[in-house]
Write a protein that binds this ligand. Sequence first.
Ligand SMILES: [Zn+2]
Length: 332
Amino acid sequence: MTPTHPTKRPTDATHLGEGPDLPTELLNLPWIDIHNHAHTLSWEDRERYALAGCESMVMVASGYHWTPYKPVRAEDVRFLWDDAVNRRAAIERDHFFEANLGLGIHTGVRIENPDELLEAMADYCELEEVVAVGETGVTPAQHVEAWDVDEQRAMVQGQMELADAHDLPVLLHTPNQSGDSGRSYRSEIGVPGYEKNTELGADPVLEGDNPALEAVKLDVEAMDDAGIDDERVVASHADGNNTEYLMEDTDCYLSYTIGHSWLIGVDAADVADAIDEYGPERIMIDTDCANVLRTDPFALKRAIFELYRYGIDEDAIRTVVLENPRAVFDIA
Ligand SMILES: [Zn+2]
């Protein structure tokens, strides 16, 4: 209690002891977002990444959200790839963080002539700025028109083979079991914060108790058949439904998407639980920020502090947000 506080009567400050050692190095810890769609965001949102200390990112161009015609043709997806290739350097110049690309064939909408796309992809894989193939992965239900599971799986495997041939990692889109809010919205209105005509969902092509997990298992089969090493596959959108399977039955990396926790129910607490149980060696975090979703460019930076508060030590945090992404994607 020395020196005596000059406050009129005792305050909390009078009673405080030494206080905790605060990890001030976390204020400036660089971090990498290995899965976002920042090229679809506003300039200000991308600036938020820079302000929050993002050192490098993988901007993923593969999403069906941005192809206007359904079913999709190969040329529509190529337009998305080319748009990202076209704008990447300007984005990097404006915000200073390293802007890399992931190019993939997403299976959320059926593509009429996917083989053409796969063929074209080989040349894109040669580009220095392309650091990953994806996001891709079997999807239990499509938008507008269903896509046969075997055809989807073949498309996923084909991309994995290409990635392997070009020594690139694969970014898997693992379907989430949506968070249970206890109520659903009117189907004609849909989910606020997710720009999607939910009425246009096609009947699922994967049924059963747990189609989200079944989809991941098909991806892992494709991985084995493609002959790509598990360590070259990063399962993004890891969650409580797929963590145990991926951790115990594979050697893949798991990336927890925390930029839209309100939608999929995954947040820093899930990441902390996974680190406690399995260690940080195979874990990453991504934001998946995109203009079609209510997402938060500060989410990863917030998670850094949140992980510490949840009892994760600085070294493990650094492994998860910086070192694992660096090693797998060979960036920053
Ligand atoms: Zn995404």
